[in-house]
Design a protein around this ligand. Structure first.
Ligand SMILES: [Cu+2]
Length: 151
C-alpha cells in the first residue's frame, strides 16, 4: 500500500474512533450553588470557557452547608459554591487549570479549595482589575492541607 493510502486509512480510523467525537475529552463537573450567588455563576462561566461540561444544582444555604460538611470540608476552608469531579471536591473559586491538574495527577486527597472569595480569582474579577494573591489548597484525607498552587 502506498504511504499516502496508509496515512489516509489511519486518519479515517482516528476520526471514526469515539475518542475523537466532539464532546469527548470535555471533563464533566457538577456544581452546587445558591441561585442568587453572582460570583458562583461567573465561576461556572469560567469553567465552561475552559472546556468543562458543567451540571449546575441550585441549592438552599442549608443544603450547601450539608454538602460541604459531608464532603469533609472544614468550616475555615469553605467558600461559596461546591463542586464534584472525578471523586474530588472543589470548593470555591479554584481556577480551571488547577482542577485539570488535580484530575491528571490524581493525588490521594479530598480535593481542592480556595477558602473565602479572594478578589481577582476566577469569578471574582473586579472591573478595575484589582487582585489579591491567594493559594489553592489541597485538602488531605487526614484533615491537613498543603499548598497546591499560588496565584
Ligand atoms: Cu464566590
Amino acid at each position: 500500500m502506498p504511504l499516502r493510502t496508509v496515512l489516509a486509512f489511519c486518519l479515517a480510523l482516528l476520526m471514526a474512533s469515539p475518542a475523537f467525537t466532539a464532546t469527548d475529552g470535555q471533563p464533566s463537573i457538577e456544581v452546587w450553588r445558591s441561585p442568587t450567588c453572582g460570583c458562583c455563576g461567573k465561576w461556572i462561566k469560567h469553567l465552561e470557557a475552559n472546556g468543562f461540561d458543567v451540571a449546575v444544582n441550585n441549592a438552599a444555604p442549608s443544603t450547601l452547608e450539608q454538602i460541604k460538611r459531608q464532603a469533609g470540608i472544614a468550616k475555615n476552608l469553605s467558600s461559596c459554591h461546591t463542586a464534584k469531579i472525578d471523586g474530588y471536591v472543589i470548593e470555591g473559586h479554584v481556577p480551571a487549570s488547577d482542577i485539570k491538574r488535580l484530575v491528571a495527577e490524581h493525588p490521594n486527597a479530598i480535593g481542592l479549595t480556595v477558602p473565602n472569595m479572594p478578589i481577582g480569582s476566577p469569578g471574582m474579577e473586579q472591573p478595575g482589575g484589582e487582585a489579591e494573591p491567594y493559594d489553592v489548597l489541597l485538602m488531605k484525607k487526614d484533615g491537613a492541607t498543603e499548598v497546591f498552587a499560588r496565584h
